[in-house]
Design a protein around this ligand. Structure first.
Ligand SMILES: [Zn+2]
Length: 276
């Protein structure tokens, strides 16, 4: 359920509290600051489960385009260490996010054991729904931070275009990973625009099998976590090797053409919303 207000017409801010006509002054837990130079157009009061959220639609003045000073980076989103960068860094999923995921799996198991439409089944279903929302919110929060960090530090961010060949179905078994993909790219794209950096999506074929040093193909299945090249002798974390290949592919591409973000997909978000 969502209620829409034109700004100033029934809603306004008073000392960080939200005044809503006929309701009163509400305390708000702010997830993000409203920028000083923003003009607020609308506020949406939204109910999800037992919680209320307020979403603002606002306008920011255009900032002058800047030349980003950072180095380009390749990013591999894997199932194990969530994110590997071509500079050798790996970024893990935060622990609180993983623990909610585990709780969700347990709650789903409980739900499947209960008799359908019984009182206890309904109770378990509510719990699953709540945890689903929590996982989605935590994932979004993490992706906001990750995309902010990447666009602050790097002038070019190269990632795999998983819509090519529909690889997301066959290669990535875990639906949670899948669901976050389009969302992360969307966040990256708009943050990159503000930061003066660019996002380039590349063909994902053989990014993990190819050697990022000499280019030869080193076949390995998913359980092999280290890339060891028999040709040139390089030894790298499997995902870091992939991230380097991703970056390599992005570089000639940007020299030739204007940077664009292709094939955005919010597919995963709609799947997430379809729960109960
Ligand atoms: Zn090699």
């Amino acid at each position: 359920m969502t209620v829409e207000y034109r700004w100033g017409d029934g809603v306004q801010l008073k000392d960080k509290r939200l005044y809503v006509q006929n309701v009163g002054n509400l305390k708000v837990k702010w997830h993000r600051e409203i920028p000083d130079q923003a003009t607020i157009h609308c506020a949406y009061l939204k109910r999800e489960g037992n919680e209320w959220f307020v979403v603002f639609s606002l306008e920011l003045p255009d900032s002058a385009p800047t030349v980003h000073p950072g180095q380009p980076v390749g990013v591999d989103i894997g199932l194990h260490s969530l994110v590997a960068l071509s500079d050798g860094q790996t970024i893990e999923n935060p622990r609180w996010y993983r623990s909610t995921e585990t709780k969700l799996v347990q709650a789903q198991r409980t739900l499947s054991r209960r008799k359908k439409f019984s009182g206890r089944w309904r109770q378990a279903a509510r719990k699953v729904a709540t945890l689903h929302r929590k996982v989605a919110n935590q994932r979004l929060d993490f992706q906001h931070k990750l995309s902010r960090q990447l666009t602050d530090t790097h002038s070019l961010i190269a990632m795999e275009d998983l819509n090519i060949l529909g690889l997301s179905r066959s290669r990535l078994a875990k639906s949670v990973h899948d669901a976050g993909w389009g969302q992360l790219i969307t966040l990256l794209a708009y943050k990159a625009e503000n930061a003066g950096s660019q996002v380039v999506l590349v063909d994902p074929r053989f990014t993990s099998q190819g050697c990022s040093e000499c280019g030869c193909i080193v076949p390995k299945d998913l359980s092999v976590r280290v890339h060891r090249c028999p040709e040139c002798g390089v030894v790298l974390d499997r995902d870091v090797n992939a991230a380097r290949n991703i970056l390599k592919r992005a570089l000639p591409q940007t020299a030739r053409t204007e940077p664009t973000v292709k094939s955005l997909s919010l597919d995963g978000c709609s799947r997430e919303a379809a729960v109960l």
